[in-house]
Write a protein that binds this ligand. Structure first.
Ligand SMILES: O=C(O)c1[nH]c(=O)[nH]c(=O)c1I
Length: 309
């Protein structure tokens, strides 16, 4: 009912975790393996381990979350080694990479090539929380340079994690670049960067890094996520799958993203708030909606959003 394919990667369930929340340690990755999630996606890795930004750096709010983690992770070798430990769950294991430089990304990608238990690489071009570093995917020239270098050496299924775009010309410019490369997927969207959430009683910011500026997730970003999924679904070659992430906490939210064209959906903030049982929750709700509407598979309605008459 909920099975799907991202490029030639089969998922028994189109719902899995977003990179970032609850996917940094082997224990967290194993918990995802034991859950109903259709795949396991790691926290974005850098060449060497990183401690990240000072806390408080992640806070849940009534409408979602704000974070400025600063790319804390156990280093790429850890996530490469985890592949063998996770194989027994028999679901695709995808490694997210967010190198501090193009050279680092190329080195990490090269080391991942031989590991057959890594189904795909999700190259993160959109971390908003590294002080002094812009989000790569807001620099179109740099993005093209990175993808050209990556695909000169990569033979594994590879997709990119994109930031939200807000200007129709930007969607077209980005799609024109992405369509030049043998990408397996794009994941839309990363958090909306540099939001600001305030505790008005204490008269201070919720998080500490960057004077309180951080990436927004959850309800705050669902409408923007839907728009980005829809735009890239319409503009990219059909061989490039669109994976939806942003504001999904119910079967209805997942249904809406698939209606916009998503081949799979990722859960971030809601996973942080409710734990890995969220995959069974959202799967059951999505299945119920599909049954009520007479759909047997997600392909029966995927991308078929109509414009109001
Ligand atoms: O601060 C983070 O670690 C972080 N936080 C986000 O919201 N998105 C990202 O891609 C990353 I790498």
């Amino acid at each position: 009912m909920l099975q799907t394919k991202i490029a030639n990667i089969k998922l028994a369930n189109c719902i899995y975790n977003a990179s970032g929340p609850a996917c940094s340690s082997l224990e967290e990755l194993q918990a995802l393996g034991q859950s109903a999630a259709g795949a396991i996606l790691s926290k974005s890795a850098t060449l060497a381990p990183r401690a990240g930004n000072p806390a408080p750096r992640y806070v849940d709010t009534p409408w979602g979350s704000i974070n400025s983690m600063g790319l804390p992770n156990k280093g790429h070798a850890y996530y490469l080694a985890a592949a063998k430990e996770l194989a027994s769950f028999q679901k695709p294991y995808i490694v997210s990479l967010s190198g501090m430089s193009l050279a680092d990304n190329l080195k990490m990608i090269a080391e991942m090539q031989e590991e057959e238990n890594i189904a795909a690489i999700e190259l993160n071009l959109s971390c908003p929380n590294l002080p002094g570093k812009p989000q790569t995917a807001y620099d179109f020239e740099q993005t093209e340079k990175v993808l050209a270098a990556v695909f000169a050496q990569n033979n594994k299924p590879l997709g990119v994690k994109l930031p939200p775009y807000f200007d129709l010309l930007h969607f077209e410019q980005m799609a024109q670049i992405l369509n030049q490369f043998p990408l397996s997927f794009v994941s839309c969207i990363n958090s909306i960067g540099n939001g600001l959430v305030i505790d008005w009683e204490k008269e201070e910011t919720l998080i500490r890094p960057k004077d309180g500026f951080g990436g927004l997730g959850g309800d705050y970003i669902k409408a923007t996520a839907l728009a980005n999924v829809r735009q890239f679904y319409l503009l990219l070659r059909p061989e490039i799958s669109v994976v939806a992430v942003g504001g999904i906490k119910s079967g209805q939210d997942a249904f809406e993203h698939i209606l916009c064209g998503a081949k799979a959906v990722q859960i971030g903030t809601h996973l942080m708030k409710t734990g890995p049982s969220c995959f069974a929750q959202i799967s059951a709700e999505l299945t119920a909606i599909m049954q009520a509407k007479g759909y047997q598979s997600i392909e029966d309605f995927r991308g078929k959003l109509k414009t109001a008459a």
